[in-house]
Design a protein around this ligand. Structure first.
Ligand code: AP5
Ligand code: ZN
Length: 215
């Protein structure tokens, strides 16, 4: 199954992606995670991406698209994948469609996570990520009083782009550049909206229900 997850920053894409991908036994491909791994690894790609990410702007399309093409060419993505954070504008969606057509395939479904703005800010302000296993936590939701991952014991960190000012800018960028994808995929007839308010497990259940007809 070939799935795209779309939604504003803090909608819970990364959180849901880990559960949905594991339920469907497909790899989760998150462009944000790949960029962050390059930033911490100090690669050339990381140095370039960091400048854009710290501002809350999109990394240039050429760079992002080349990276996704490489990742989708790997063996584990041949039978299906869950894309989290890509495409993020109409030009990226166009390229993805052409790339998949070249390979004789296409997307099955685009899942839109729907949340309101206040909830997004609350979620991002409390987000912590494990530096070792990548699991996403929330200080209030998960009652985290220390900075230690309950799964692997790794240190939790707060993302550089989760500062209030940068969050606000990322929301603007979403409205201007990513929200038009909703109409793009609705027109293609593969868009499904999921109410992403409420507990994580409840949202996962709704997402799996929404995906069932495409399995
Ligand atoms: P990216 O990493 O994709 O960030 P984003 O889209 O801003 O999304 P987030 O990761 O902030 O939020 P999320 O929806 O995954 O929420 P999460 O599950 O963590 O991109 C970062 C940057 O990389 C971009 O700004 C850009 O510079 C660059 N980039 C990436 N892709 C690109 C592309 N294609 N083109 C160009 N540039 C690109 O949840 C948030 C918090 O809420 C967590 O603490 C979680 O525990 C909590 N939470 C989740 N679900 C619930 C719930 N149901 N109830 C309560 N709390 C919840
Ligand atoms: Zn961990």
């Amino acid at each position: 199954m070939r799935v795209v997850l779309v939604g504003p920053p803090g909608a819970g894409k990364g959180t849901q992606a880990q559960f949905i991908a594991s339920n469907l036994s497909i790899p989760k491909i998150s462009t944000g995670d790949i960029f962050r791994a390059n930033v911490s690894g100090g690669t050339e790609l990381g140095k370039l991406a960091k400048e854009y990410m710290d501002r809350g702007d999109l990394v240039p399309d050429e760079v992002t698209i080349a990276m996704v093409r490489d990742r989708l060419s790997e063996d584990d993505a041949q039978e299906g994948f869950l894309l989290d954070g890509f495409p993020r504008n109409v030009p990226q969606a166009d390229v993805l469609r052409k790339m998949l057509a070249e390979w004789g395939t296409e997307l099955d479904v685009v899942l839109e996570l729907i949340v309101d703005d206040d909830e997004v800010v609350r979620r991002l302000a409390g987000r912590r990520t494990c530096s070792q296993c990548g699991r996403i936590w929330h200080v209030e939701l998960d009652g985290k009083s220390d900075d230690v991952c309950d799964v692997c014991g790794g240190r939790l960190f707060q993302r550089d782009d989760d500062k209030e000012e940068t969050i606000r800018h990322r929301l603007e960028v979403y409205q201007e550049q990513t929200a038009p994808l909703i109409a793009f995929y609705a027109e293609e007839g593969i868009l499904v909206g999921v109410d992403a308010m409420g507990p994580v497990e409840e949202v996962t259940r709704r997402a799996m229900d929404a995906l069932r007809p495409y399995m």
